[in-house]
Design a protein around this ligand. Structure first.
Ligand SMILES: [Fe+2]
Length: 432
């Protein structure tokens, strides 16, 4: 009886694997054929002051500045606003984008844009303002449609108003992605729009904008960026040679710069910002993995901030992949100068250890005590529904293994490092 059940389970997993890998093979081909374009990047201290110059060169003079309330109140935007004034722009501001923005917020941005007769979107902040501006752009590109009609892949297919994205965290990579994540009005769940038209026209990477970011927020965002790079690199089939080059460079840079950046090193902060952006460019072309699927489920169920959730989920997910990820993790280790000269198994293990140790050194939690036993089936179902069939991970999870991962995260919850983080994380605003 027991043997029969095991055989049926193995057969079910085999069919699931065949189905997922077939879909991923088709997706890998489609992703290679898409006409990707690069946002025009402006990098360096003070780069944000050149935004008026960028817009003016494109014949634009009435941007809608989209941001969140904490950034607007922080004074961070004062130099940019002064530069817009000095350029004689008739700009407007929308400064009430919340963390994990709702569909209604995108609609209000659209309304503000139209009411003020704007000609460009200028999004400044973490992933939330950038994604909200992208979603508003989709509504402007498709008047008469609701966002719910554009959820999913390639359902906008019209040019957005010119979008300039200015990140104030080194994490989401949204300034380089063709994705916008929004909270659906009906279900309250996070949903994604994916279309090449969501790629910003300009990405302005100014490390001065990160100078006042609290250390816990910088740490969590940086671990999110590291997960983008590692998960993009590990994708089977969808990770092209270019993606792997970008992702391994980004991962090495983040591993080298995140800790010094958190200790106030300005040069490291500048490198980290560029690396996080590079990780965004990589994962938008190949996808992410289970660390993100788990983090999204934990975020939806318990409101855990995305970066903290991803930081906790990445080490156990890398451990679960086991030998299936050994060679790519060894390649990432070599790129980062970890365990050079070791055999792949040892190098991969050293890389996993370094990722977990970095999270610990930065004071990020390794698990969450709030995960309840009775929630595990529903959480596992949400993880698998998000990841299958599209996430081209090295080794697929079944429901039981997924619940075991969640159980391990719950057990690590007692070792949560810093309960004071949430209050200090007001500027995190990362959604993807
Ligand atoms: Fe992320």
């Amino acid at each position: 009886m027991q043997a029969g059940r095991m055989q049926a389970k193995d057969g079910g997993m085999m069919l699931q694997t065949i189905y997922c890998r077939s879909v991923q093979a088709g997706m890998a081909l489609a992703l290679r054929l898409l006409p990707w374009r690069q946002p025009q990047c402006l990098c360096g201290a003070g780069a944000v002051l050149r935004v008026p110059e960028l817009l003016a060169a494109a014949g634009l003079s009435r941007p809608l500045l989209v941001t969140g309330p904490h950034i607007a109140a922080s004074g961070l935007l004062t130099p940019l606003c002064a530069a817009l004034e000095a350029a004689g722009f008739g700009w407007q501001m929308f400064c009430t984008v919340e963390s994990d923005p709702r569909e209604e917020t995108a609609e209000r941005i659209r309304d503000a844009y139209q009411a003020a007769g704007c000609d460009a979107l200028l999004a400044v902040g973490g992933g939330s303002p950038l994604d909200a501006a992208k979603a508003a752009g989709a509504l402007l590109a498709r008047p008469g449609r609701r966002l719910a009609q554009m959820y999913g892949t390639l359902r906008i297919r019209r040019p957005l108003p010119p979008l300039c994205a200015v990140p104030t965290t080194a994490g989401s990579g949204s300034e380089q992605t063709a994705v916008a994540v929004i909270r659906d009005a009906a279900s309250g769940r996070k949903v994604a729009l994916f279309d090449l038209c969501l790629l910003p026209r300009w990405a302005v990477l100014d490390p001065d904008l990160l100078a006042g970011l609290p250390q816990p927020a910088l740490a969590a965002a940086g671990m999110d960026a590291l997960a983008h790079a590692v998960e993009a690199f590990l994708c089977r089939m969808t990770a092209t040679r270019r993606v792997r080059a970008q992702a391994s460079h980004a991962a090495a840079e983040i591993l080298q710069t995140l800790e010094p950046a958190c200790h106030g090193d300005a040069a490291a902060r500048a490198r980290l910002l560029v690396a996080a952006s590079e990780a965004g460019a990589a994962f938008t072309r190949s996808g992410v993995g289970y660390a993100h699927a788990l983090a999204h489920a934990l975020g939806s169920c318990y409101g855990i901030a995305h970066g903290r959730a991803v930081a906790a989920c990445l080490p156990p997910v890398l451990a679960y992949y086991g030998t299936a990820a050994e060679r790519p993790l060894a390649a990432l280790a070599a790129a980062a100068g970890i365990a050079c000269g070791e055999k792949p198994a040892a190098a991969a293990q050293a890389f996993r250890r370094e990722v977990a140790a970095l999270g610990r050194r930065l004071g990020l939690p390794a698990g969450f005590a709030c995960i309840r036993q009775q929630d595990l089936p529903q959480l596992a179902a949400a993880v698998l529904a998000e990841a299958h069939p599209l996430y081209a991970v090295p080794r697929l999870l079944d429901r039981r293994a997924c619940q075991a991962l969640l159980q391990a995260l719950a057990a690590e919850g007692g070792q949560t490092a810093a309960d004071s983080f949430p209050a200090a994380e007001k500027r995190e605003e990362i959604s993807s």
